[in-house]
Design a binder for this molecule. Structure first.
Ligand code: HSE
Length: 309
């Protein structure tokens, strides 16, 4: 079968940590979706033709998240052609909903799709992580894994990914229009934690995983607590306590900081409650004169995928 010369792919925004699983849990959102167009070139290598929706991102493929992931994918596939990328940023850098992961996942997946190659998730993940590393300096897979694979992912420090049955949740994600760099949000974390805190967190994470398998959406939401990272990061988040109060008063069951912030996510057990939570958090940010975007939806089953023309 002849290969396409052009392909459009998308990858979802993601919520990492999910409060209870710092650096090891992440889920894919239905929206926003990042879009990437790839065009095959006879000349090997990667060219970034244009970037839409975000100013100031590097056009040098070595320094660009999508560019770097595409380079790694071309190299891994051993093809003798190259790609030209047109990047449509819908997930902004420093938002806490996996901007670099969506870029990296769409690029690694897109090159494989353009080559007609079916790579396993174990093969794709390190290629996308090459891109993620350009942005964050680290190879965290808690955003990249769900951006690539969809659903709810548990990632070990060695990079092994387990798909968990996603709880039947309705999610409200609110993104205040400000930037928190992940490196800054990590710099406020302690390098050591008390044994009791580590044990408590381990038990909560274990309980959360159990609740996913028993399909108990409410108990899974009630397990979302964190003593390791979130308390140290709250002072960095704009109006976090007021937003949490507004979300809980509107009926959210649980929630917290999304990734390293400034976005937050709120879990509801019905679509109408998730919408009411969206209105409440929106009103709270508006009362502070803070621009923000609200996304209401489910856990996306699909990660990176080809878009039909
Ligand atoms: N787990 C990461 C953090 C998310 O919270 O710093 C960003 O990769």
């Amino acid at each position: 079968m002849p290969l396409d010369d052009h392909i459009s792919v998308a990858a979802p925004a993601t919520v990492a940590n999910l409060t209870v699983g710092f650096d090891c849990l992440g889920l894919a959102l239905e929206r926003p979706l990042e879009r990437l167009e790839l065009r095959r070139t006879t000349r090997p290598g990667v060219i970034i033709a244009s970037i839409h929706g975000c100013d100031g991102l590097p056009m040098d493929p070595e320094r660009n998240v999508s560019g770097r992931a595409a380079m790694s994918a071309l190299e891994a596939l051993g093809v003798d052609w190259g790609v030209e990328l047109t990047i449509h940023k819908a997930v902004l850098p420093g938002s806490g909903i996996g901007s670099s992961a969506a870029s990296a996942a769409s690029a690694a997946f897109g090159v494989a799709a353009l080559a007609g190659a079916t790579l396993t998730s174990e093969q794709l993940l390190p290629l996308a992580l090459d891109g993620e590393q350009v942005a964050s300096g680290a190879r965290h897979a808690d955003n990249v894994a769900p951006a690539l694979l969809g659903g709810l992912c548990l990632v070990t420090p060695e990079g092994q990914v387990d798909h968990l049955p996603a709880p039947d949740w309705h999610l409200t994600v609110v993104h205040p229009q400000t930037v928190i760099e992940t490196a800054r949000a990590r710099s406020v974390l302690p390098t050591q934690v008390a044994l009791g805190d580590a044990l408590g967190q381990m038990a909560r994470l274990g309980h959360f995983v159990h609740c996913c398998h028993t399909r108990d959406a409410q108990a899974a939401a009630l397990a979302l607590e964190d003593v390791l990272a979130e308390p140290h990061r709250i002072p960095l988040q704009p109006h976090f306590r007021g937003i949490r109060q507004a979300a809980m008063d509107a009926g959210a069951t649980a929630g917290g900081i999304s990734g390293s912030g400034p976005s937050s996510y709120w879990v509801s057990l019905s679509a109408s409650t998730a919408r009411a939570v969206g209105e409440a958090v929106s009103a709270a940010f508006t009362s502070h004169g803070m621009e923000h975007h609200v996304h209401v939806g489910r856990v996306a089953e699909r990660g990176a995928h080809v878009l039909e023309n």
